[in-house]
Design a binder for this molecule. Sequence first.
Ligand SMILES: Nc1ncnc2c1ncn2[C@@H]1O[C@H](COP(=O)(O)OP(=O)(O)OP(=O)(O)O)[C@@H](O)[C@H]1O
Length: 332
Amino acid sequence: MEEQIITVKNLTKQYQTEQASGVKEISFDIKRGNIVAIIGESGSGKSTLLKCIYGLLKVDSGEVLFEGKRILGPDEQLIPGHKQMKMVTQDFSLNIYAKVYDNIASMLSNTNVQSKQSKTMDMMEHLHIMHLKDKKITELSGGEQQRVAIAKALVSDTSVLLLDEPFSQVDALLKNQLRADIKRIAADTGVTVIMVSHDPADGLFLSDELLILKDGKLLQKGKPADIYHHPDHIYTAQILGNAVVLSAEDALKLGINATKDNVVFYPEWVDLKSSWNSRRFEVKDVYYKGFYEELLLERNGVKIRAIQLNRGEHKKNDHVQANIDHFLEYAI
Ligand SMILES: Nc1ncnc2c1ncn2[C@@H]1O[C@H](COP(=O)(O)OP(=O)(O)OP(=O)(O)O)[C@@H](O)[C@H]1O
């Protein structure tokens, strides 16, 4: 079987608005069985891209291929969308008056009742929702509804699962569980998952490949760890790791001799030591982050952030030595 399941070629979809919006000249491939996360801030074009992949939007130029065949737009077929793909949106699109079992089974034809029943039960087993079988959708929590929506999307031989902001409705604890579920389901079923999120943690945790979108353009695509450690753009470092960005002038005030316009580093790259020498920073503030603290440090009027794993080791108004031996440089 071909390795690439989806190919996006020079895709442009602009809306008729005063400001440029939508997506512009985007190209990439998606490998069969991969989990791909499209990350970007609000308005960066994530949903537009997902809808174009599914065939819900008429593209201006370029094309999207599914197994080498062009995906038809909404003007080219009676029911928009693609038979082998399913999209789970934030509202889940469930029949709220029907039972969980019936919601999922409704995706299968009645020609073979026994197969319909066993496929539905298998999928419920997979998603750990068997105990909810006879409950109505209105009786379920947001996270439970989400599982039912995913089961419904996957039950009918789906090759590609499209998820639009899949974790927006759930609390932090459930979010971790659902992320792990999606990873397990993808591994078990071999389904290709394309998800859109504004939370970079979703992509870093879940995906085989990460796509960073900004103002409708694809900035970078690659494995999460590669992108995190070698971001092509300052924006990528900022969105993925809340990176510190300094002008070369400010960097020099900290003793960093930069050859380009900007110096960028992640707070965890800053090495802290108790200080008595002249390269010392003052701790201006300490932010509690659970198992670690983030310190706001200042030296010669320049502020940076650093991670402190030993909580309480350096306190507000303390002086510390902060070594920034590893950093990235970018021209404007
Ligand atoms: N139907 C539409 N008509 C006009 N402009 C639109 C339409 N849909 C989206 N846009 C604009 O296109 C840009 C990209 O929107 P899109 O919904 O794809 O972004 P997004 O990254 O998914 O954002 P969010 O995270 O807020 O959902 C935005 O500026 C948005 O206002």
